[in-house]
Ligand binder design. Structure first.
Ligand code: PLP
Length: 389
């Protein structure tokens, strides 16, 4: 009998909610108009759907709907911020601050700007992957134009104190952007209360569709666009809008808004059960990331003496990952694990589970059973790895 498939890779992507798919279908089949078509009903109804999603997202993060721009993904949002701010604020300076554990969507976008003469400081982090606010403040210089720091880490789940970072930036008159991709819909995110000037989001991380992202740009922040053309999104992001995607994104945010606290409680309970039972049953398991201050659904552990790739090869019915989805295919050692100074022998023995609203207790119990068996099996056939890592 085929084993039941269990999906525990929700930091890579999430299953679209049935309500999301249903809402989108209408805008694929019937209401297929272009929101820029101002002369007929097809255009008007598409525009009204886009505006509805904009309002939902704006309300959810405590912004004004005029401050929301829809994009094709968070990578585009982040690149738009970095490029746009460095061009629009070149009169003020050319220095940007980020961190060593930001996502590659940020790090590679900044590396590209370094080639164009922008100076970037990548702040080191503590053993939990968190930026020290004092170090951040020390790094701000008269020519600093932007601080761009990840909120919730996609690999180890730790949550930066973005309110404190935002407050420092506000006091020092420096713009603050946060990559809030993993945080949106999972934990509190309020642009007013947390002093955020710019933020990037992605639909597919909160049970919405892929291929749609958003950008929050605080009123009065000037930003040169990345894409030029039809002038959509108030001239900030040209290109015909992905109406079904935006509708799905809006629905996903609405669902998150209705269930966030309850989901977080249930999911973190299951996450802790998974961790504590694995730790009880198997020797040599350590947690990466902050023990409490972390995403409800993220569990990142190192398993002494067992190669993550061997576990992946052994366990076919459970989806989990060795590092972030974006880097695992490149077969590189995780920059996050290196930045938190994980012992060398554990770098390739580290795995990530991502739980979601749809994860059940039965699935977690099954996962504990299978991992416990397979880890013991792998250790039994390769005693040397226990010693040598
Ligand atoms: N930032 C973080 C923290 C992520 O986890 C991801 C996706 O893995 C991205 C940015 C990129 O998002 P997208 O796939 O929408 O470009």
């Amino acid at each position: 009998m085929a084993l039941k498939r269990i999906y525990l890779d929700n930091n890579a992507t999430t299953q679209p909610a049935p309500e999301v798919v249903e809402a989108m279908l209408l805008y694929l089949y019937e209401k297929f108009g272009n929101p820029s078509s101002k002369s007929h009903y097809f255009g008007w109804e598409a525009e009204s759907a886009v505006e509805n999603s904009r309002t939902i997202l704006a309300n959810f993060i405590n912004a004004d709907k005029k401050e929301i721009v829809f994009t094709s993904c968070a990578t585009e949002s982040i690149n738009t911020v970095h490029n746009g701010i460095s061009e629009s604020y070149s009169f003020k300076g050319n220095h940007i601050i980020s961190s060593q554990v930001d996502h590659h969507a940020s790090l590679d976008s900044l590396a590209n700007l370094e080639n164009k003469g922008i100076e970037v400081t990548y702040l080191p982090v503590d053993r939990y992957g968190l930026v020290d606010s004092y170090e951040l403040e020390k790094a701000i210089k008269p020519n600093t134009i932007l601080v761009s720091i990840i909120y919730a880490n996609n690999e180890i789940g730790s949550l930066n104190n973005i309110k404190e970072i935002g407050q420092i930036c506000r006091n020092r008159n420096v713009l603050f952007h946060t990559d809030a991709v993993q945080a949106l819909g999972k934990i509190k995110f309020d642009v007013q209360e947390q002093f955020v000037d710019l933020a990037s989001f992605s639909g597919h991380k909160l049970h919405g569709p892929k291929g749609v992202g958003a950008l929050y740009i605080k009123n009065k922040v000037k930003l040169k666009p990345l894409l030029f053309g039809g002038g959509q999104e108030n001239n900030l992001r040209s290109g015909t809008l992905n109406v079904p995607g935006i509708v799905g994104f809006g629905k996903a945010v609405e669902l998150a808004n209705n269930n966030m606290d309850e989901d977080a409680k249930r999911i973190s309970f299951l996450r802790d059960l998974l961790y504590l039972e694995l730790k009880n049953q198997i020797e040599g398991i350590t947690l990466n990331g902050h023990p409490e201050n972390r995403l409800p659904g993220n569990l990142n552990i190192s398993i002494d003496g067992v190669k993550a790739d061997n576990l992946i090869a052994e366990i076919k019915n459970i989806a989990f990952s060795t590092s972030s989805a974006c880097t695992s295919s490149k077969a590189k050692v995780s920059h996050v694990l290196k930045a938190i100074k994980l012992e060398e022998n554990l770098l390739s023995s580290t795995i990530r589970f991502g739980l979601s609203r749809y994860t059940t207790k039965e699935e977690i119990l099954e996962t504990i059973k299978i991992f416990s068996e397979k880890i013991q099996y792998l250790r039994s056939i390769s005693p040397l790895t226990l010693i040598n890592g």
